[in-house]
Design a protein. Structure first.
Length: 146
């Protein structure tokens, strides 16, 4: 197995499984009664504890102002998205089976931004990329309207 394949498994398949499971946990959490602010704070606590655990096994103190700013941006944008999911589940009773495929069309946002910001368009097979993007959009739309 190549390093890139291992990276895709660790950074692609593993997160897909855990993000999917977290989407399922979001429904009973919001249905059991929790304020959106407390919901996000408890998630933040769990993320912090996970970071502390990982730091214990890999104590790398590398940081710069620039990396810190981008890391905070990751947390802020993720938290706003998670809050939107919680509101949809708690206030609008959207079924998780319809909501998760829709918000996972975030793939298209990340692909588009990666192509433009990081000039990744130079290294992709355009036909496959467009075909996959169309399938994601069709699939998300079909599930959301089912």
């Amino acid at each position: 197995m190549t390093n890139q394949t291992i990276g895709l498994l660790i950074g692609g398949l593993l997160p897909a499984v855990f993000y999917g499971i977290s989407g399922v946990f979001a429904k009973p959490a919001t249905e059991a009664g929790i304020g959106i602010g407390l919901y996000i704070m408890l998630i933040g606590l769990a993320v912090s504890l996970t970071g502390l655990l990982i730091y214990g096994f890999s104590p790398d103190n590398t940081i710069s102002v620039r990396s810190g700013i981008f890391t905070v941006a990751v947390g802020l944008t993720w938290a706003i998205g998670a809050a939107g999911v919680a509101v949809a589940l708690a206030s609008y009773q959207v079924p998780v089976s319809r909501l998760v495929p829709l918000y996972n069309m975030n793939t298209l946002v990340a692909v588009l931004l990666g192509l433009v910001i990081f000039a990744e368009w130079k290294d992709v097979q355009t036909a496959k990329l467009v075909g996959g993007a169309v399938l994601i959009a069709i699939g998300g739309s079909m599930v959301a309207t089912s």
